[in-house]
Design a protein. Structure first.
Length: 348
């Protein structure tokens, strides 16, 4: 799973979406739930919890999922620590560990001893009829759900800056420190290069659906190719200019001992469409028997904490379509974030 282009928080969120799709009757699905730890006599964070109640409003199941996104297989020490943590929470009725990198043989034995189920988030390659028979499809998910992703990009560009407070001509170094109105390091952009990258992305988010970008994409379709080592396909480029009002960003620089705000930025250069690699497909399988818990087609966004996910359940023909943008506060740790079930697309 070293190729997974997802952050730990997005993996955690994706696991929660899979729980949501597989438990449409759940009354509560929370990412970062605080659960009572009997031994510690305090509450502790659990990555994903699922609460299911019967018709009499009595809790029938309180499932806990610990999600780990690491480079190497989880060893016995890490799994033992997670097992002890979950087992000290008596309110939990079902305990699960999900890993993107698998588990060592001794870790698997330790989990079995403690009654904790193990699941792995892995590349989805098995035929659909083996794990998702209700879809009534043969072949792999890549064959039956072909996906392509196009990106509008700036090339050979330069920036023209306007600051009403500047005294005469000025220049800003890309590696220089972006400042706030008090002359301190900017809270969001550590350098002007970070700010320029944000503006390039912000610009293409506006221009991709406008002319002439839309006509160019339809007139010059990009040839699909995912051959190893082969660069993504790119279409013809065209000259363009785009001016952005950036005064609300509050980015300042020094000019003649004065702090000057950048008011507008004009990007001059060439635009073109590029085809990126095919977005990944994942499946969560139970380690003991390879049974699928859920599958997902994922398209990570260009911004941190962003993705689109199509989520499949082996017990339903419904396909959940989810658009995710984590807030800055949730990109490093998610706490008390509840998900709600929404009906997805139905294949008939």
């Amino acid at each position: 799973m070293s190729k997974v282009p997802l952050t730990p928080m997005l993996v955690q969120y994706l696991t929660a979406l899979c729980c949501l799709r597989c438990n449409p009757d759940a009354v509560d699905i929370t990412i970062g739930e605080m659960v009572e730890d009997e031994a510690a006599e305090s509450t502790r964070d659990v990555d994903v919890t699922v609460t299911i109640k019967d018709s009499d409003s009595v809790t029938d199941a309180f499932m806990a999922y610990e999600v780990k996104h690491e480079r190497s297989a989880l060893d016995v020490a890490k799994v033992e620590a997670l097992c002890l943590k979950l087992n000290d929470m008596p309110s939990i009725t079902h305990r699960v560990i999900v890993s993107t990198s698998g588990f060592s043989p001794t870790a698997q034995k330790k989990a079995a001893r403690h009654g904790v189920e193990l699941y792995q988030l892995k590349e989805w390659t098995r035929p659909l009829q083996e794990q998702f028979p209700l879809l009534e499809m043969t072949g792999t998910v890549s064959e039956r759900f072909p996906r392509q992703k196009w990106l509008l990009t700036w090339n050979d560009y330069r920036f023209a800056l306007v600051s009403s407070a500047a005294q005469g001509p000025f220049a800003v170094e890309s590696k220089g420190q972006a400042l706030d109105q008090h002359g301190k390091p900017h809270g969001k952009y550590s350098s002007f290069e970070d700010f320029w990258n944000e503006l390039l992305l912000r610009s293409t988010e506006v221009l991709y659906c406008l002319e002439p970008a839309d006509t160019v994409l339809r007139t010059f379709p990009l040839t699909p190719s995912d051959a190893p080592g082969e660069p993504p396909a790119a279409g013809p480029q065209w000259p363009h200019t785009h001016t952005l009002d950036v005064s609300a960003d509050g980015v300042y620089f020094t000019n003649s001992d004065t702090f000057c705000r950048i008011d507008t930025v004009t990007i001059n250069g060439f635009l073109r469409w590029e085809r990126s690699r095919t977005p990944p497909a994942y499946v969560i399988e139970r380690l003991s028997d390879g049974q699928a818990f859920a599958g997902a087609l994922v398209s990570p966004g260009e911004r941190p904490g962003q993705m689109i996910a199509f989520v499949f359940s082996p017990t339903s023909r419904d396909i959940g379509i989810e658009f995710v943008q984590l807030s800055e506060a949730h990109q490093n740790a998610i706490r008390q974030l509840k998900l709600e079930y929404k009906a997805g697309s139905v294949w008939t």
